[in-house]
Design a protein around this ligand. Structure first.
Ligand SMILES: C[C@@]1(CC(=O)O)C2=NC(=C\c3[nH]c(c(CCC(=O)O)c3CC(=O)O)Cc3[nH]c(c(CC(=O)O)c3CCC(=O)O)/C=C3\N/C(=C\2)[C@@H](CCC(=O)O)[C@]3(C)CC(=O)O)/[C@H]1CCC(=O)O
Ligand SMILES: NC(=O)c1ccc[n+]([C@@H]2O[C@H](COP(=O)([O-])OP(=O)(O)OC[C@H]3O[C@@H](n4cnc5c(N)ncnc54)[C@H](O)[C@@H]3O)[C@@H](O)[C@H]2O)c1
Length: 135
């Protein structure tokens, strides 16, 4: 995870729920990620992004908003690596959908990268549809 701010915070939690081994590379860490670091749930390299951070990663997430870091990612990753351009979709080859789980379902909504807020709204509508009495 390149970047440790609010976008990284959301994505790290999704990745941990999928049992990923997460390393955050960022000079600063979001306050909600600090306890995960202290408790050994994630690794944290308190550095700016460098090519050496990327070579052994299965998935690289660009979430710093920093142009230099985006350039390093774009020019370093190999074709077989998964790259999520959370701060710049043009450098990525995968995107996170809005998603939620119900007992027998895992529902994911994507707008093909075009309108993440609309994906979130549709997710919330579907959650209400599953639990109409909780509104
Ligand atoms: C669905 C969700 C999943 C998740 O993140 O887990 C997700 N974004 C969410 C929320 C959200 N994202 C943004 C806002 C503020 C919007 C506003 O202010 O209007 C909010 C709303 C909020 O935060 O409340 C802004 C934004 N998002 C991207 C850019 C970059 C760009 O477009 O250039 C910018 C502009 C940055 C800027 O310019 O500032 C890019 C991507 N965001 C995606 C996914 C992928 C496409 C998904 C699809 O196909 O629909 C993609 C392509 C890459 C990726 O991130 O994988 C999650 C909902 C979580 C939930 O369910 O609650
Ligand atoms: N995909 C999405 O859902 C979504 C949603 C909102 C915003 N964004 C975009 O994502 C980016 C990050 O947003 P944020 O709110 O998390 O920002 P933020 O300012 O909270 O966090 C930025 C993080 O990146 C780190 N950073 C800065 N330069 C770095 C470098 N060279 N190498 C490594 N880490 C570095 C900072 O230390 C910090 O931890 C912005 O460009 C924003 O426009 C994406």
């Amino acid at each position: 995870m390149i970047g440790g701010g609010s976008v990284a915070n959301r994505k790290v939690k999704k990745l941990l729920s999928a049992s990923a081994k997460v390393t955050v590379v960022a000079p600063e860490l979001h306050s909600e990620l600090e306890p995960l670091y202290t408790n050994g749930k994630i690794h944290w390299l308190k550095e700016s992004c460098k090519p050496k951070h990327l070579t052994s990663a299965f998935m690289v997430i660009s979430a710093s908003g920093n142009k230099e870091a985006q350039h390093i990612i774009n020019s370093t990753v190999a074709p077989h690596q998964l790259v999520n351009g959370a701060d710049n979709p043009s450098i990525g080859n995968i995107a996170f959908p809005a998603s939620f789980e119900e007992e027998d379902y895992h529902i994911a909504i994507s707008t093909k990268g075009k309108n993440p807020s609309a994906a979130k709204k549709l997710k919330q509508q579907l959650q209400k549809w599953f639990h109409p009495r909780e509104q």
